[in-house]
Design a protein around this ligand. Structure first.
Ligand code: RIB
Ligand code: CA
Length: 317
């Protein structure tokens, strides 16, 4: 199979960092570029973080384009209490040697999709503001997008920011609704899936056995996440949400779900940001989303991820 051409839209975030590194390491994927969005941190920080990540991985030539600095309709909601002051706490990151590429992230998405000879897959790892704006600016991009894979939402698992809403969807519910209403094949990797694909307890120690800087950085970020997990959830087992979304793209045989109608609540007093999943198809609406809700072998996912990440920074990687 030729590698899948992808654009990664991201708000690093430690789990975004794992996702980006996995995508760069995976032979199944050809990363055309990254676009950054306000999410876990403000746009300047998520953009600087994305540059630091690609440079540490030895992919400093990869374009990183800064996108939207705030959601379509709502205020930004940075969460340093989850990701630390830098957004990628856990490692002493070198300063980025280069800044973002010239040109807005939304323009990069539009121009790259329209120009690419093969349909492009969009991997959305934060609030979906950039992709929604691209669809509104140039709806014709839908004709050359093979699929959208996004980390976000929750149904059986509820939310992780409110009882009803997961972070990426809560921050920009209107954007997620535009994605789901686009007619493009969409695969959702929600909390229903990521909570069933948590990293093995103490995985940071496994990563720390590798000496290369990328693996030391991953070990440090994972250890930071494990400490957070212990503090908030009383468990050191942490799902690397965004990395699971990339894993679902490259190792689909390890994941399960159902094609069904999915929409987003944008006006509920208690339920804004809720992904409303018609799992039993009671609404009669068309199926618009493959909703993943399980992983058959989480250990295999993280063993494969460890092997892939360990190849980064090696000769010929
Ligand atoms: O709810 C998890 C999602 O929110 C992940 O993408 C994480 O990076 C944060 O953006
Ligand atoms: Ca993210």
């Amino acid at each position: 199979m030729p590698p899948i051409p992808v654009i990664i839209d991201t708000d690093p975030g430690q789990d975004d960092a794992f996702a980006i590194l996995l995508a760069l390491a995976a032979p199944e994927i050809d990363v055309l570029g990254l676009t950054t969005v306000a999410g876990n941190m403000g746009l300047p920080q998520t953009t600087d973080n994305a540059r630091r990540i690609v440079e540490l991985a030895g992919h400093g030539a990869l374009p990183v384009h800064a996108g939207c600095a705030r959601p379509l309709m709502r205020a930004p909601r940075p969460v340093p209490e989850i990701h630390g002051e830098t957004g990628i706490d856990g490692w002493d990151w070198a300063e980025a040697a280069e800044g973002p590429a010239p040109g807005h992230g939304v323009d990069f998405i539009i121009d790259t999709v329209l120009a690419h000879p093969e349909p492009v897959t969009m991997i959305l790892l934060g609030p979906q503001t950039n992709f929604a704006m691209a669809l509104r600016r140039a709806p014709e991009i839908a004709e050359n997008i093979a699929r959208v894979v996004f980390m976000g939402g929750g149904y059986f698992e509820g939310g992780n920011m409110t009882p009803a809403a997961e972070y990426n969807i809560l921050v920009d519910p209107e954007a997620a609704r535009i994605t789901l209403g686009s007619g493009i094949p969409v695969t959702a990797v929600p909390l229903d899936c990521t909570h069933n694909c948590a990293a093995p307890v103490g995985w940071s120690e496994v990563l720390a056995r590798h000496s290369q800087p990328v693996m030391q950085a991953c070990a440090g970020m994972m250890e930071f996440f494990e400490r957070y997990g212990n503090a908030k959830h009383g468990t050191a087992s942490r799902p690397l949400h965004d990395a699971v979304a990339v894993a679902a793209l490259i190792w689909p045989e390890l994941f399960e779900g159902r094609l069904c109608p999915v929409d987003v609540e944008c006006a509920g007093e208690l339920t804004t940001g809720m992904t409303v999943v018609d799992w039993l198809r009671q609404t009669g609406k068309p199926d618009n989303c493959l909703w993943l809700n399980g992983c058959s072998d989480p250990q295999a996912v993280y063993d494969r991820m460890e092997a892939a990440l360990a190849r980064l920074g090696q000769p010929g990687a």
